[in-house]
Design a protein around this ligand. Structure first.
Ligand SMILES: *Cc1c(COP(=O)(O)O)cnc(C)c1O
Length: 424
């Protein structure tokens, strides 16, 4: 097994951050965010490219602003995300909404100037009623999907996302009824998708474009795989982008239509630019022939749900409280602080029910454990306040190397602030 190492922190910076901000704490690195944004902006394209950050992966305003400064736009997954992005200072014209739940206050958001992709026939009808004669995009379910797990596959007959490709005739009827103009086709088939399936869907989407003469933009979504673990293989954006660029050029040669490309990665931009620094609070062992050694962290599904939910594998790097001269190693199960056996960071490959002990240096209470690859869908998606643990703070290490707080640790009072005594 390949040894996991820190991606942007050092043992010294881990100790300093733990000392200054306490644990558990999320840490992001502006230099890494910048590098990933630049790689996304270099995505092959024939006639122009917009990169949108799928903000559901890491919605902190400080992160949105880093990407805004670098020229990225935003993909929002709900009306609330739209408002959060506006609050962070993102211009409305830079925000595109593709949502499962049509917001109550959609008309207000749309009048601000946001872009909108109708993700169902009912949404398209609603849009037509509110804004006849106006322009919008269509999210299409191309009939096949691909994701790292069943929970993150969002294309194909078992997925509710987008308008099923065989119902586009009905979409055309709604478009005609309200005099709408479809200017964008959108697909997103899943997170951690197979590059070959992604490419096939990209080429199929160009066929959909041919049915809608006003379309000027094709949005191919996100889902690009990153290597969190040293043993994993990342999707090469240049490699998957080249054939798609050629297809855009072929469409232009055939029809004269020069389509703009949009992509909207989440994971790719932030996953390996974030880490969770936690402390080992206890080390216990069970006996008998199946006895195990356990590391208990001051963190867990309250900060990182992905191992329990998807059996996601995250590098775990032990930073001893003080430098230690020892090469002793041991197999450990690493568990979270919630009273539930499902709160475990060393779940088996592809099976959240299975256990897969990790070989780590011999570890003691007070040592730090850095969960790497925790920039995407961790602070954004956790079992917040379970067991009444307060929400952990977030810190951004700037280009100057300084760590700055971008979200305070939640005060325990805030956990119960909306509770109401019903009285007699
Ligand atoms: C979640 C999502 C993305 C980003 O997916 P990643 O796997 O994080 O790249 C992009 N587009 C839409 C519509 C999404 O819902």
């Amino acid at each position: 097994m390949v040894k996991e190492t820190l991606k942007f922190l050092t043992p010294e910076s881990v100790r300093q951050i733990a000392e200054e901000f306490g644990t558990p704490v999320y840490v992001y690195d502006e230099a890494a965010l910048t590098r990933h944004a630049e790689a996304a902006l270099a995505f092959p394209n024939a006639f122009g490219l917009t990169v949108r950050f799928a903000m559901k992966a890491a919605p902190n305003a400080a992160i949105l602003r880093v990407f805004h400064r670098l020229g990225l736009h935003i993909d929002a997954s709900s009306g609330f995300e739209v408002k959060r992005a506006l609050r962070a200072g993102i211009p409305a014209e830079h925000i595109s909404l593709s949502t499962q739940e049509f917001p109550e206050d959609f008309a207000q958001l749309y009048k601000h100037g946001i872009r909108f992709n109708a993700c169902s026939l009912a949404q398209l009808e609603r849009f037509g009623e509110l804004f006849p004669g106006c322009r919008c995009g269509l999210r299409v379910n191309p009939g096949l999907g691909s994701g790292g797990t069943g929970k993150t596959n969002v294309g194909g007959p078992h997925s509710s996302f987008g308008i099923w490709h065989e119902w586009l005739g009905e979409a055309e009827a709604i478009v005609a009824k309200y005099g709408l103009s479809i200017i964008r086709i959108h697909t997103h088939i899943g997170s951690g998708s197979d590059p070959a399936v992604w490419e096939r869907v990209a080429l199929m989407s160009l066929e959909t474009v041919k049915r809608f003469p006003d379309v000027v933009t094709l949005n191919l979504g996100g889902g690009y795989k990153v290597a969190r673990m040293a043993s994993e293989k990342a999707t090469d954006l240049q490699a998957i982008g080249q054939p798609v660029k050629a297809a855009f050029e072929a469409l232009a040669a055939e029809t004269g239509r020069k389509l703009k490309l949009e992509i909207e990665p989440g994971t790719f931009l932030v996953a390996n630019a974030g880490a969770l620094v936690s402390m080992v609070r206890d080390v216990v062992r069970t006996g008998g022939p199946d006895g195990m050694h356990f590391l208990k962290l001051d963190s867990g599904m309250t900060e990182i749900l992905r191992p329990s939910l998807y059996a996601a594998q995250h590098p775990l790097v032990i930073v001893p409280a003080q430098e230690r001269d020892s090469s002793a190693e041991r197999e450990y199960l690493v568990v979270g602080h919630c009273c539930e056996s499902g709160d475990i960071l060393t779940t088996g490959m592809d099976d959240p029910e299975a256990l897969l002990p990790r070989c780590l240096p011999e570890t003691f209470p007070g040592d730090l454990c850095v969960v790497e690859g925790a920039g995407a869908y961790c602070a954004a998606m956790s079992a917040k306040n379970y067991n009444s643990f307060p929400e952990a703070p977030e810190v951004l290490v700037g280009l100057d190397g300084r760590a700055r707080l971008i979200r305070r640790r939640q005060h325990p009072d805030q956990i119960v602030q909306n509770e109401v005594d019903p009285g007699e």
